[in-house]
Design a protein around this ligand. Structure first.
Ligand code: ATP
Ligand code: MG
Length: 425
């Protein structure tokens, strides 16, 4: 036998059954961003490598070790997008969307990172992301956080996720803090692990992120970011907190929350859950006022977030909060004899035309009644619509219940349509 070709590790198929859940999740998310008046933007999956190096930062996990980068046939270095923010900024800049305008945008789609695959961590995964441009005040920071809170409410999982919040301050305040932190870390060099040592000079704030308990112990006495915040950022953060309080959104200020990407300033936040094991961050975001300029645009304040959709789906499944899934089919049409079999798709099409939302599946592949009913049973349909030659000649059809102990009934086609309409009302 010829050897079967397997999928790339960490890149999953999504099979029927799962796609039903995904469609439902996607539609709730779309409705929610729509309910805030945000507009969808779509951009390519492949971009120039330079875009991510310049935005995410050279000394980050993503750029150092996670990108799918390759040379195309022209010898240009291209990368499968590992995230959406940089691409969104590139697209908005290039198409003049940021020219003296505010924008509130969202996108949804696959991202690619070469990580070690495990539950909640894949090499192709999906994000829904929101990016807003041109608004510097904390009201918009609060709005995007409120939007994420609406997601949880819409899925009924608001009691299972917690919001962590921090402010990184201005770039200047961060630089000042960075120096203070490095000075402190230098005194404790001997107790730092390899990762932290490497980050100490290149990206010292990331040391705060360390999962190593020994490093965390040292950090307990390290200088605090909050002590170095500039006055404006302090005000901004206070205003954001007031707004979240007023909206009844609970949060925990986490001074060690710094985020893995370089471009953030001021507000950073994460939604975390304890119901998913190690991969507990479902959604993450913040303000990135410097990024547009860093990518060649005019200085433009910006704030956004990205949510990992696989983690959301896993969470909904773990909490049994997927909710009701729409049936694949409501009616399965079976036909006896050649004339009836030719009529079947014609009648099915009438039903689809006349009954809004009705899902009609027509038996294909021939076979006797027994075989056709077996298929009808295997389908999702609630009823079978049976077309017999003699009945059809009299304009009649039979409705047979597939999931209930109910007598089958023979009706005129018009009566049958009324009955079927009730299935989707
Ligand atoms: P983590 O700390 O889990 O690696 P991150 O900081 O790299 O996350 P972001 O770049 O902020 O993640 O991406 C936003 C969200 O996208 C994450 O909170 C997570 O839900 C999801 N995500 C990130 N990487 C993956 C992945 N490899 N597989 C599945 N989901 C992911
Ligand atoms: Mg990561």
């Amino acid at each position: 036998m010829t050897k079967q070709i397997q999928a790339v590790r960490g890149m999953n198929d999504c099979l029927p059954g799962d796609t039903q859940i995904w469609q439902k999740v996607e539609s709730v998310l779309r409705d929610t961003v729509g309910a805030f008046g945000y507009q969808e933007i779509r951009f390519p999956i492949v971009e120039s490598t330079e875009l991510f190096k310049r935005s995410i930062g050279e000394v980050t996990d993503i750029v150092e070790k996670e990108m799918y980068t390759f040379e195309d046939r022209n010898g240009d270095s291209l990368t499968l997008r590992p995230e959406g923010t940089a691409v969104c900024v590139r697209a908005a800049n290039q198409n003049g969307l940021l020219y003296n305008q505010e924008q509130r945008l969202w996108y949804m789609g696959p991202m690619f990172r070469h990580e070690r695959p495990q539950k909640g961590r894949y090499r192709q995964f999906h994000q829904i992301g929101v990016e807003t441009f041109g608004i510097a005040t904390a009201d918009i920071d609060a709005e995007v956080i409120l939007m994420t809170a609406r997601f949880w409410k819409a899925f009924g999982i608001q009691d299972h996720v917690k919001l962590e919040l921090n402010s990184l301050g201005s770039n200047e305040a961060r630089a000042e803090y960075r120096d203070a932190l490095v000075a402190y870390l230098e005194q404790h060099k001997d107790k730092l692990d390899e990762d932290s040592l490497r980050r100490m000079y290149s990206n010292p704030l990331r040391v705060l992120d360390s999962k190593n308990p020994d490093v965390q112990a040292i950090l307990a006495d390290a200088p605090k970011l909050s002590e170095h915040l500039d006055e404006e950022s302090r005000e901004h953060f206070k205003n954001l907190c007031e707004r979240l309080d007023a909206a009844g959104v609970e949060y925990q200020v986490n001074e060690k929350l710094v985020r893995g990407l370089d471009y953030y300033n001021r507000t950073v936040f994460e939604w975390v859950t304890t119901s998913l094991g190690a991969q507990g961050t479902v959604c993450a975001g913040g303000r990135y006022d410097g990024l547009v300029e860093q990518l060649g645009g005019k200085p433009t304040p910006a704030v956004g977030f990205a949510m990992g959709m696989e983690r959301l789906v896993l969470l909904l499944q773990a909490l049994e909060c997927v909710g009701e899934i729409r049936r694949d089919a409501d009616v399965y049409v079976v036909a006896m004899g050649d004339t009836a079999s030719i009529q079947a798709p014609v009648i099915a099409e009438q039903l689809r035309e006349e009954i809004q939302g009705l899902k009609v599946m027509v038996h294909c592949g021939g076979g006797n009644f027994k075989k056709q009913f077996k298929r009808a049973d295997k389908s999702d349909a609630l009823v079978a619509l049976v077309l017999g030659e003699d009945e059809l000649a009299q304009g009649k059809v039979t409705v047979k219940y597939l999931r209930e102990e109910k007598e089958q009934i023979t009706l005129t086609l018009a009566e049958a349509k009324l009955l079927l309409a009730e299935l989707v009302s």
